[in-house]
Design a binder for this molecule. Structure first.
Ligand SMILES: [Zn+2]
Length: 110
């Protein structure tokens, strides 16, 4: 994947994520359920919105980091071992920071 395509894909992902985060933060349903939760009732929906927000925020950070690597000319290199991240992996996940090997090591560490 060339740098221009990567940038376009990352920027559209970022726009999409920003939109989702805005909706999740401003969601009147989530807000109403949060006050209901304060009253001690069911907090499932508010919890779900919060969980979504956590995932989406982490995803956004990964995309921002990938854009920074693009700027630095380091895009497509594994941040741990410096080897090229396979093209197919970048196609599937343009924000991927690590090769498959380092990513699985990272996930085991968690
Ligand atoms: Zn690696």
């Amino acid at each position: 994947m060339d740098v221009t395509t990567a940038r376009e894909r990352l920027e559209s992902m970022l726009a999409e994520l920003d939109r989702s985060i805005g909706v999740l933060r401003g969601d009147p349903v989530a807000v109403r359920d949060r006050s209901a939760a304060d009253a001690g009732s069911d907090l499932t929906d508010a919890d779900r919105a919060q969980a979504m927000l956590t995932v989406t925020t982490a995803q956004r950070r990964a995309v921002v980091d990938a854009l920074k690597r693009l700027e630095a000319g380091a895009y497509g290199q594994c941040v741990d071992c410096g080897k090229p991240v396979p093209e197919g992996r970048l196609e599937a996940r343009p924000e991927a920071a690590r090769c498959v090997q380092c990513q699985s090591k990272q996930e085991r560490r968690r």
